[in-house]
Design a protein. Sequence first.
Length: 285
Amino acid sequence: MQTNSNKDIPVYLQIIKYIKSGFTVLDETIQQEIIAFLKSQQHKSGGFTDRAGNPDLYYSLFGFWLSLAAGSQNLLEKFELYINSQKENQSLGAIEQMALVLINAELLKTHKSQSLLSLFTMVFIKGRKIEISYKIFLLTLAVDSQNRNKSVYYFFARIGLYFYKLHGNLPCSIQAALTFAKQKVGLKFTKEQEKLVSYYVKEGGFKTFDSILSSDILSTAVALFVLRKTDYDLRLIAPDCLEFVQNNYNSGAFLSGDGDKTRDLEYTFYGLLALGTLVEDSNGK
């Protein structure tokens, strides 16, 4: 069960804590491989790179959180210069702007909090093509990261989620976002949690869609994290998920798990998050 103190910790800090748990449980040789991989993914500008080798705020969020979890403080000096250069970038989309908000919440702790209206506009106006439950998840993360009274946001989020109706076959990550958002704002989430569990693949992890047979690291990580935060007993599925995660480690990075052999920051983030969630659960924390 979550303690009251854990509930008061911003979610992004809980995510970093889980990643650190996943990193710490690895032997020193693998830890050094991961740190070397992180260094290789930092652009000369200070930002972390996407799959094409370009500095990118979305990937920089993963790189930043991984660097904090791994204790790689030497990567952060140049990183701050990059983040400062992005503040006035008018071409950023909703996801990139949200990444910047979450980065600044920890990197620049004296950074002025953004208003609920500005965060709402960022997600719901600029991000109008994003699925609604994921919008609410992103907005919840952003509001939760700000040093402010969250009761007004939770009040309106409860109303929106209460009347929200599912449309079609949601991917596992969106189902996880919906489950988490409902739990976070104080709504019943049992049915959503049961649906999330249905994405589990025996002798593997979690799959993206019902129609897919194989699991992947992203779906596995977000499902495990949300199930852990909503007090689901992971003991029966933990051994298979752990083996799946371990089988997708490759020379300092984690692979996607769906056959793609590309090593990148995003799946390394999800691999350590999945591992850390399983470690935290096994310790009863």
